[in-house]
Design a protein around this ligand. Structure first.
Ligand code: ZN
Ligand code: ZN
Length: 360
């Protein structure tokens, strides 16, 4: 079978024939139907997220169960499944406190060898998943079985970007009806934040992105205003909110200057939510005097504070009822051997989401 392997910083992914490692009793083999191309994959390729090569890329996938180990209870043969970015072991300190997005099984999970390469080396898989393959072997803890007729390409997006964005609005920030919201960065995750805020009933949603096409698309996903950051975005957001700033400002890019902007456009008593993944060594200088005197909150949001077993079916219900639009988020479909084209599209900022599809 084929896999897309990270072989070194600033090198294109190697699409090669590999042999899957024999699955264990707690493992599941999934025929991957579709896999979204997420910015974190690009961050591995360009060194922003430091991981040692070789590694199977891809962490946003959906497909159908082809084989289950003898100890597997969560999924059955033939089930449609979505891969969860973080596993849910169900029994660690965090899982039993309703914080499955912080499951302690995650780090060990990412080190398990998953494929043999032709040069004799072996490779683990990104986030313990590695969805840029024909057939993925992973732990049952990383899979959420779902009952739906939605296409795999939409289910795949739930595995990372949609859950990260919609979850940031609904779970982390708890956006309320009538709230004012600003979203800096309107790619896949930013678009999902906008939709989450709309679903929560936000009255004003300001989309901020330098790419005109993304601002235009954001209005279609529920933004009420679009702002070009070429002119001071903090002042523009304040002008739209009676000079106060918004209840919730989301930074979805992972850049320190934009995080500062997000704080600057958050109202007194409001909340700044940091969603974008920055460089691993990024730091933020926060003037604490105005933070305290204005009673502001700064929150990190990992994986939309999502409880995958609860939230994936919830998001599917929102899609099926027409309130969450993932169909319009898929900008292009490509076969696995054109993965590099998807990264190129991402570098130029043209797509909301590219999907590697088994049928394209
Ligand atoms: Zn991702
Ligand atoms: Zn756990």
């Amino acid at each position: 079978m084929r896999a897309a392997i990270f072989v070194g910083q600033d090198q294109p992914p190697s699409i090669e024939d590999v042999i899957a490692v024999e699955p264990g009793p707690g493992d599941v083999v999934v025929r991957v139907g579709a896999s979204g191309v997420c910015h974190s994959d690009l961050s591995v390729l360009n060194g922003t997220l430091p991981v040692p090569p070789p590694m199977v890329l891809g962490h946003e996938g959906a497909g159908t169960v082809e084989w289950v180990g003898s100890e597997v209870t969560r999924v059955r043969l033939g089930d449609r499944v979505i891969a969860s970015l973080t596993p849910v072991c169900g029994s660690c300190w965090h899982c039993i406190r309703g914080e499955t997005h912080l499951c302690e099984a995650g780090s060990a999970f990412g080190r398990v060898t998953r494929v043999h390469r032709h040069d004799g080396s072996t490779a683990p898989a990104l986030s313990g998943l590695g969805t840029f393959v024909d057939v993925m072997t992973t732990s049952e803890f990383a899979l959420v079985p779902v009952r739906t007729d939605l296409p795999d390409e939409q289910l795949a997006l739930i595995g990372c970007g949609v859950t990260t964005g919609v979850g940031a609005a609904l779970n982390t920030a708890k956006v309320f009806p009538g709230a004012t919201v600003a979203v800096i960065g309107c790619g896949g995750v930013g678009t999902a934040v906008i939709q989450g805020a709309r679903i929560a009933g936000a009255a004003r949603i300001v989309a901020i992105d330098p790419v005109a096409a993304k601002r235009e698309a954001a209005l279609g996903f529920g933004a009420t205003d679009a702002v070009d950051p070429a002119d001071d975005p903090v002042e523009q957001v304040k002008a739209l909110t009676d000079g106060r700033g918004v209840d919730f400002a989301f930074e979805v890019v992972g850049a320190e200057t934009l995080m500062q902007q997000a704080m600057g456009m958050t109202r007194r008593g409001g909340t700044t939510v940091l969603v974008g993944v920055p460089r691993f060594d990024a730091a933020l200088a926060v003037p604490v005097f105005p933070l305290i005197l204005a009673d502001r909150t700064i929150k990190g949001s990992y994986y939309g504070s999502a409880q995958a077993l609860r939230d994936f079916p919830r998001f599917i219900a929102l899609i099926e009822s027409g309130r969450l639009d993932l169909g319009s988020m898929v900008s292009q479909r490509l076969p696995l051997d054109r993965l590099e084209d998807a990264f190129e599209t991402m570098r130029t900022g043209d797509a909301i989401r590219s999907v590697i599809s088994a049928t394209s």
